[in-house]
Design a protein around this ligand. Structure first.
Ligand code: SF4
Length: 265
């Protein structure tokens, strides 16, 4: 059994506590137009044209994004930095794409991380069958759980799927006692109206508890736009980047409700 991974980021400090290695799983069933890793969506390795610039000259070469790893190979990669995880209270974060899309591998790999005493975080859209979530949850120390939109019609329109299963999984994880941090992509015009923020605050505050008390606001940025062309993904829909004042205002609403908040991951 192998996983398709499109990037491994070592010494990451924004994907959970301490120093971490973030593993980016390729393949995602959602189609969020604000995605800054659109190359993660396709669940196969993809060829693309890479351009190197030397002085004024450009050299094009064909490259492939996405590499298959056995769990032993991936474990060997992360073990290289185990000392940093121990010293900093860090670990590994499975991100993507959607890691749960490669559930069987993830299940095996997380068990191996457990036997090595490595802290595990799962950065997820939450879009998975409840049965899968129930099997994976005991192997995850921290969920970084995206809440993209509470309105199902808007969620379907933008992310391409219903949010029913996502919100059900979110509530189940929190009420069962798993550690969850909510991650909210902040995208002007999509989820920044005052009325919506208050609705989201009410929804999340009703779930506030010892294992769910942190919210991260992830400001939209245009950094991913150039990748749409590069990886032949289709139409780019760019949004405004949120102003610092808007992020502060958004954050304050949750702080007042008792959450610890952070702008950025
Ligand atoms: S769920 Fe995440 S990885 Fe998948 S399309 Fe949306 S933003 Fe991109």
């Amino acid at each position: 059994m192998k996983a398709l991974i499109f990037d491994i980021k070592r010494f990451a400090i924004h994907d959970g506590p301490g120093i971490r290695t973030t593993l980016f799983f390729k393949g995602c069933p959602l189609i969020c137009p604000w995605c800054h890793n659109p190359e993660s969506r396709n669940a196969d390795p993809q060829k693309y044209n890479h351009v190197d610039k030397i002085g004024k000259k450009e050299f094009m070469s064909e490259k492939t994004i996405g590499t298959y790893y056995t769990s032993e190979q991936l474990l060997n990669e992360i073990l290289k930095d185990k000392i940093f995880y121990i010293e900093s209270g860090g670990g590994i974060t499975c991100s993507g794409g959607e890691p749960l899309f490669q559930y069987s591998f993830l299940n095996k790999f997380l068990k191996e991380c457990r036997s090595e005493d490595i802290h595990t975080a799962l950065d997820t859209s939450g879009y998975a069958e409840m049965e899968i979530m129930m099997k994976i949850a005991p192997l995850v120390d921290l969920f970084l759980f995206d809440i993209k939109h509470l309105d199902n019609a808007r969620h379907k329109r933008f992310a391409g799927v219903s949010n029913d299963i996502i919100l059900r999984n979110f509530k189940w994880l929190v009420s069962t006692g798993y550690n969850v941090t909510a991650r909210i992509p902040v995208i002007p015009g999509i989820n920044t109206e005052k009325k919506y923020i208050n609705r989201l605050d009410k929804y999340l505050s009703d779930l506030l508890c010892d294992n769910f008390k942190e919210i991260h606001l992830l400001p939209y940025h245009e950094i991913g736009c150039s990748k749409y062309d590069k990886f032949n993904i289709g139409l780019i829909q760019s949004f405004e980047e949120p102003q610092a004042e808007l992020l502060e205002e958004y954050s304050l609403v949750f702080k007042k409700s008792g959450f610890k908040t952070k702008i950025g991951g």
